[in-house]
Ligand binder design. Structure first.
Ligand code: ATP
Ligand code: MG
Length: 408
């Protein structure tokens, strides 16, 4: 008898070469994620097994649950083909799972090994009978059971499991390509970055920081968020670009009427993000915008902001409700960091009357009042890129007033 975890891949509707690329990429992510554990991996064409050896089940499953592209897991016991031994083990597993609670169940058998003389249905009946003799809280329901015992008879033995634990689903990184995600310290953008990763996109994070106008703690928040997001990324590492935004920020405040402050700040961010996107060879910009959430997220606003770039802008949260976003943020593990109260650039001077339907033409007119091109070049040049690892201890606090001072 041996304990294994059966892992099924995510969205496997892909065909041919794409499917092979999907699987080999997922397998690479799995090898990385489980490295350091005493497990063995047994890959098959549409699933794989993790042979646990001495590794803790919970630890292995926890790690697998952070890999985009894996659909579900089952704890499997591999046994010799001996019906009474199989039934005995099943009684133990079901007893543990149900602890005496009344429940309907069925046995579902697959028989790849055709040398066994009973049919699948006959095997299910034989085993079910043996189980029922030992557990009186079970009642058979073959159509709609609450619990199913799966038996998979293969040449090398019987693989037995009870239920599925869900994984993230989606695609393994980086089968969908590379993007940059605009990361503020808020609730939304970390969720947007996560959803991009879940869809198989490699993402680098870009944060516009306005130190010394804003506290270093606001930047620390994004570093801490990046540490959480890194758990879902290849090699547990994610790149965070910190772009100095204070100068542009001040120029905007000095030159732009209040209703257009946010529109123009966003336009500057998108311009700089496009520069970073091109520099790192990414194909799109991801933001945490959600339609209607605030004035800068009306369709008209998003159009006026997006107008400054040819880049594809993805907004994975655009149609979600705030409550759904919050739920996701809790599941991912970024919520507690996001709600720490430190201002980033956009919450320092929140305009009282932001324009609801900004126009790109008017925004451009205000922008022409200051020399922003050279400031964008400078911000791009002076931005720093950190490789943030899950579990890193990187801490900027008390390191000075600006990011530059803190990192020196
Ligand atoms: P979030 O919770 O992500 O901050 P929000 O609802 O507060 O979102 P806004 O503040 O209007 O929305 O920002 C919209 C999007 O613009 C953010 O989701 C993020 O992608 C980007 N953004 C805003 N501020 C910054 C910043 N300082 N650095 C990087 N990106 C930013
Ligand atoms: Mg915000």
């Amino acid at each position: 008898m041996n304990e294994l975890i059966l892992v099924r891949y995510g969205d496997l509707i892909l065909k041919g070469r794409n499917k092979r690329y999907f699987i080999s990429t997922a397998n690479d992510r799995v090898r990385e994620k489980l490295s350091g554990l005493p497990v063995e991996l047994d890959f098959h064409h549409d699933r794989f097994y993790v042979v646990l050896n001495k590794a803790a089940k919970a630890e292995v499953i926890e790690r697998l649950r952070h890999i985009p592209g894996l659909y579900s897991f089952s704890l499997v016991t591999k046994m010799a083909i001996d019906y009474s031994e199989i039934a005995k083990r099943a009684v133990y597993l079901i007893g543990e799972e149900t602890s005496g609670k009344k429940i309907t169940f069925k046995v579902e058998t697959k028989r790849a090994d055709k040398t066994i003389k009973e049919t699948s249905t006959e095997i299910s009946q034989i085993i079910a009978k043996m189980i029922l003799r030992n557990l009186d809280n079970l009642e058979v329901d073959v159509h709609n059971p609450e619990l199913t015992l799966y038996l998979d008879f293969r040449r090398d033995g019987c693989y037995m499991y009870l239920n599925q634990i869900m994984g993230l689903g989606g695609f393994p990184i980086p089968v969908s390509g590379k993007v940059v995600t605009l990361l503020s310290g808020g609730i939304d953008s970390p969720v947007a970055a996560f959803l991009a990763m879940k869809k198989g996109m490699e993402t680098e994070l870009v944060h516009f920081e306005s130190t010394p106008l804003t506290p270093l703690e606001a930047v620390q928040k994004t570093i801490d968020i990046a540490k959480v997001l890194a758990q879902y990324a290849p090699l547990d590492t994610i790149k965070l670009h910190l772009v100095p935004f204070a100068q542009i920020h001040q120029e905007i405040i000095a030159n732009v009427p209040e209703p257009y402050l946010i529109t123009i700040m966003r336009r500057m961010m998108i311009r700089i993000a496009s520069g970073i996107m091109n520099r790192i060879g990414a194909s799109a910009i991801v933001t945490g915008d959600s339609i209607g959430q605030v004035a800068s997220q009306t369709l008209e606003s998003l159009i006026a902001i997006g107008e400054v770039t040819d880049a594809l802008i993805l907004r994975p949260l655009s149609n979600l409700d705030k409550l759904d976003i919050i739920r996701l943020s809790r599941e991912i593990g970024t919520m507690d960091i996001s709600i720490r109260a430190f201002n980033d650039c956009c919450s320092v001077y929140v305009p009282k009357n932001p324009v609801i339907r900004p126009q790109a033409k008017i925004a451009a007119k205000y922008e022409s009042k200051f020399e922003f091109d050279s400031m964008i070049v400078k911000a791009l040049k002076e931005s720093v890129a950190l490789d943030v690892k899950a579990g890193d201890s990187l801490n900027l606090a008390n390191g000075g007033l600006t990011v530059r001072e803190a990192l020196e």
